[in-house]
Design a protein around this ligand. Structure first.
Ligand SMILES: Nc1ncnc2c1ncn2[C@@H]1O[C@H](COP(=O)(O)OP(=O)(O)O)[C@@H](O)[C@H]1O
Ligand SMILES: [Mg+2]
Length: 228
């Protein structure tokens, strides 16, 4: 079963500029770990933002969890994203003046639906469990501004996965790491995704990572838009 599928999607940042995305067809099966690669500037972040419902394509059909995202109001899209998507940003986007735990629980405050997936009584157990898996239990009360890049990355994964979103979108979260740590990071991400069979779409310019995934896709091959 597809978790998402899109057809004839066209997106440009403004009506006069060239299309960044022009994609005839793309879909992801539930539970798949998909690697999408392409050079810097080819539209990877734009594509993830369209999938997250942050950006809306000018034309085409895009369904996510069997619902047509392009027909939703901005508020409905925000709710859909908060409830069902965990986003790992390129620069993590952690809130510096909050502690590790406060950062991790943020998505639950943004979505009652996501919060409901964890009953109130077991919320602290779930936080504990995910922090244990990621090896950050000792850090929960620390401000994130005091953490190393590797530790921040783990916090970003915990935040993306708490509340069991169906889809994880990851935007080059390994670019600051060396090769060995990149592979370890992805293995850790998959380990945490295993229990719920969470779907992952991971974008990167670094093709050496593609063997770790179920499927890899070149954005240039599926995209007629963008710089050529
Ligand atoms: N907010 C924006 N406004 C206008 N153009 C943008 C914006 N963000 C990205 N672009 C342009 O869209 C293209 C794709 O960018 P991006 O999706 O960030 O690529 P990648 O993530 O693969 O490096 C680039 O030409 C970039 O300059
Ligand atoms: Mg990018």
């Amino acid at each position: 079963m597809n978790i998402l599928s899109l057809q004839n999607i066209e997106f440009s940042y403004n009506p006069k500029s060239q299309k960044v995305l022009d994609i005839k067809s793309f879909s992801i099966e539930k539970g798949d770990k998909v690697f999408l690669y392409g050079p810097s500037g080819c539209g990877k972040t734009t594509f993830l933002e369209v999938i997250a419902g942050v950006l809306v394509p000018q034309s085409g059909i895009f369904s996510f969890l069997s619902r047509d995202i392009t027909k939703m109001s901005p508020n409905e899209r925000d709710q859909m994203r908060a409830a069902h998507i965990g986003y790992i940003f390129q620069s993590f986007n952690l809130i510096p003046y909050l502690s590790v735990e406060e950062n991790i629980v943020l998505p639950l405050y943004l979505s009652p639906e996501r919060r409901k997936k964890i009953s109130h009584t077991i919320e602290s157990e779930e936080i504990q469990k995910i922090c244990q898996q990621l090896g950050i239990v000792e850090l929960v009360t620390r401000p994130v501004s005091e953490l190393s890049v590797g530790q921040q990355q783990r916090v970003a994964v915990a935040r993306a996965l708490l509340g069991k979103p169906e889809l994880i979108l990851a935007d080059e979260p390994t670019s600051a790491l060396d090769q060995e740590h990149r592979e370890k990071f992805i293995q850790l991400l998959f380990e945490v995704c295993k229990q719920e069979n969470t779907t992952v779409l991971f974008v990167s310019h670094d093709r050496t990572l593609m063997n770790l995934f179920d499927r890899s896709v070149s954005l240039a091959e599926i995209n007629q838009g963008g710089r050529k």
